[in-house]
Design a binder for this molecule. Sequence first.
Ligand code: SAM
Ligand code: SF4
Length: 376
Amino acid sequence: MIEKLPLGLYVHYPWCIRKCPYCDFNSHPKKSSGCTDEAYLESLIREFEDNLQYVDGREFLSVYFGGGTPSLFSPNLMKKLIDRISPYLNADTEISMEANPGTVSYDLLKAYKDIGINRISLGVQSFNDKSLKALGRIHDSQAAIESCENVKKAEFNNFNIDIMHGLPMQDSTLALDDLKRAIDLGANHLSWYELTIEEDTYFGIHPPKLPAEDELAQIEQDGFSLLEQNNFNRYEVSGYTRDIRCLHNQNYWYFGDYLGIGAGAHSKIKLGSKTYRKANEQKPSDYIQAIRDKKLCFKEVSAENLPFEFMLNRLRIFDRVNIDEFSVTTGLDFSVVKDRLIKAKELGLLNLDESSYGLTDLGRWMLNDILEMFLD
Ligand SMILES: C[S@@+](CC[C@H](N)C(=O)[O-])C[C@H]1O[C@@H](n2cnc3c(N)ncnc32)[C@H](O)[C@@H]1O
Ligand code: SF4
């Protein structure tokens, strides 16, 4: 029997108050958006309805409102979308929303809770005013602290804080101060990212002076120890939890299915033994037009690409891979990857036994080399 995979729903909200200099996500300043949230909502609902065949009767494991800054989308409008998808939700569905500290009050957070959001991911980045300024954030450390307190007061027990490290003028002491604050403020999940300088961003064109390589290594090493001492278990490259993992992200890494709606959103769905993908128009106005013209459609993924795509996602998460996961999620036979896994084992990059495989320490360092082996 062909199994149906767990399914997540990603909803992209493409606007922010202003663009941060390091950010290469599909986000645009709200002021110059030229389209209303009402028109955008209409497109989201239409896109959802037009793609119901890909939901294939499943309930969503997770819904994720990402951005941009979805906390600029009013709870009243968001509720209309949640009402439309409610037949596909159940009591356990994780419903996350990214929020930006400069945009949320206690009342607003409470309103999001009342419409069904049960997980908040707060983009704090740092609690240090100098770092926040260097990152061009719209909030200061006081607003970040108050927002964290309000998330707890609004009784979100599932609460992630995003923190970045390797920031201009940062040393290990300052980087650890940020992590300690986030832990003290009651997050049960932390996403700890090293600042990367992306092309086509302000920082890509005007690179800031970053800490030296040995300082970056020190920050990372000290951060890992601090998180471990505080019972934050690292379960993927940047994800740490005391208890509940982010089900939505975990489903990506396990090569589950996801329907993405909104500007620039991506989808991956397996129907029967075939896998399909869809990538939406990035610019909000182009996206709205494409939905009106019914131009966005799924395309079948060629079988040759699936081994690489599976490994790229699945090896990011640190759990061992069961032998049958590859065939369940891709519809292909395990023999397609078996020889390459054996070769990786011979090179000391993987532990492989009859029922499962996982990266060795060397394999973690040389992940890109392993992935290359799965490119056809
Ligand atoms: C999709 S962003 C959205 C979060 C939200 N808009 C905010 O900034 O408050 C998710 C997270 O990715 C991280 N991030 C974004 N750009 C990054 C970069 N260039 N390097 C490292 N982390 C980055 C930030 O921690 C950010 O909170
Ligand atoms: S608020 Fe978040 S999504 Fe928006 S520009 Fe800044 S980092 Fe990017």
